[in-house]
Design a protein around this ligand. Sequence first.
Ligand SMILES: [Zn+2]
Length: 166
Amino acid sequence: MRKSPRTNCSKCGSKVRKFKLLKKINGDFLCKKCVIEKRKLHREFLKRKVMGIRKKTDIMKECKERREREKELRKIVSSKPAIKPIKKVGRKISGLGLYITKIEKQVLWGKLLKKGLTQQEANERIKQLCNKMVKIREKLKMKVKTTEELNKRFKEEFARLCEDLE
Ligand SMILES: [Zn+2]
């Protein structure tokens, strides 16, 4: 087999003094510089692809990209119109103030005690009042259409009953 007379690197093309200085790697004749470079790339390949060791800078870059993606996603999500809550239908009146609240009862109770009623008597009066208010509520529901009106009328009735107690 005839020895190749070449003295140029297959990769970078730079001329070496003699053929012996070129190293044959995978059919290529490489100069010293290219051999070092190739070995370096190969080591890098082994580390990153075969052994799965990632560069710190790559990891940081990935983290940054992920953060940016998440930021974008949040922007998209927050710009979406909020889903309107489904309105409750039917005659659900609770929560509209159509009941005597605990505080109202306590105030009333205090008033009754001041008037000289015993605790038991006060409890009894409040119980009667609550029963009255239940009846008033039912009547109002028949007459009044809007919940605001219903609420207002109920509170008025309640105030009137409180005055009667005094
Ligand atoms: Zn070279």
